[in-house]
Design a protein around this ligand. Sequence first.
Ligand code: TXE
Length: 509
Amino acid sequence: MEPERCCESGCIPCERDRDGAAPLDLSNYIGGAFVGHSGDAANEHDWLNVVEPATGYRFARAPLSGAGDVDAAVAAARAAQPAWGALSFGQRADWLDKIADALEAKYDEIAVLESRDTGKPISLARAVDAHRSVANFRFFAGQIRETHGGANERFEMDDATNIVVAKPVGVAALITPWNLPLYLLSWKVAPAIGMGNTVVCKPSELTPMTANLLMETIHEVGLPAGVVNLVHGDGAGAGGPLTAHPDVDLVSFTGGTATGAKVAASAAPQFKKLSLELGGKNASIIFDDCDLDATVAGVTRAAFLNQGQVCLCGSRILVQSSIHDEFLAKFVDTVEAMKIGNPSDESTQLGALISPQHLDKVSGYVALAKEEGGEVLTGGYPCLPKEFEHGNWLAPTVIAGLPHDSRCSTEEIFGPVVTVHKFETEDEAVAIANGTRYGLAGSVWVGDLDAGRRVAEKIETGMVWVNTWLHRDLRVPFGGVKDSGVGREGGRWSLGFFSEPMNICLKHD
Ligand code: TXE
């Protein structure tokens, strides 16, 4: 099927203000105050436009901050760190709970803002983004309180006792992407401050709204000034100076692999603690003894949740040859029945892609798939009401017949596009699954759980689900191998990353 834009004018999405309404101007949050940035507020070029992906309307502007703003935020964080780090784990856990309570009161506001800012369906923004953002603060409050920051280990010798204490690292830079804005920011802020660090957040310039809401919430609950700071801006102007800043001790980054390499290069000479959660090209491996209907439902969700813009999405579907045709027929039917459109409609299952540039990238891969010999079984530009003609839309797209080592089958597309491949044996499935530079996640769909476990262990990734996908327990390690990143966060791995373990050896009399 040939993708075609159904917009009458055939124009590309563009930025406009709805009914001439003035956009909301956001501020940085530094040292406990909302402050203007160092740019010229009267100059349009010193702002970043925040645009609804579904309609192309601009609705806010974020400051295009620079190195001076980063310096101010890092200085505020540094000044606040000693007093904050001196609180007990229990006291800091109480603060995390206060933030969770205040965020929970804004549950619907989070969902509406996130849906508007990212183009994702409101039902998803509520169930996933709003829910997890609150849960992240609550979970880390509980874990830090229960484990005293994980620092309760003792090692006895005949003549001495070793105790291990977890000390704060210092000032943490937290850099987040646009696909799960508050979900991922809260995943970093909660353990970072819970362990006694102070932080400077740099959210994606494409989706700054809920980061702003988090700062408002933190301000309302009265968190001590400087513990959490936020600088808006792009990667070159704000992200780069932040990761390279000599007074930043730790960098936690989630984003694209190419950007991750730049972040690593700037952090390495100063030996900063570093965690990189990068891209993925995850396989969903389907064996012929699976429960086919449950598998079709699970694999569809894994492929297209958040328009396929989740690093964990199963964008390569490997099917055992004996059920390949039956699976494919059911899968395509299921995909074509998905409801795409108005993100604020409760029944919508698929929303818009994040930006016109990203839509171009994703549709470029669909064009490439045809050059590489693939057949597009379903997809294209959806026909939507006129209100959405300037949005970034692409119907869920299924491509078959591609070589498993083609570019479309091995490179991260990060959109509603999946490739389907046939395999005969377990070894072949594992070889195809491992045939990319990425190694973040994967799923196995199988009747025999022992076989599922065996296959899972052979896959070179940080996480594999068997007969499920994105079934998250916040206590488990989260992260990838190969080009999908370095380090683990989640549960005690987050507490470990956001602290320095120190050994104190007490010699007995
Ligand atoms: O992300 P970027 P982009 C993948 C996906 C996507 C690609 C690029 O394939 O197509 O990455 O997306 C900040 N120093 N993922 O360009 O650029 C930036 O401002 C410090 C997967 O939107 O990686 C933003 O806050 N920071 C991913 C954050 O990095 C810099 C989710 C992420 O932006 C910087 C998103 C620099 N030099 C995209 N340059 C996932 N793992 O889920 C940019 N930034």
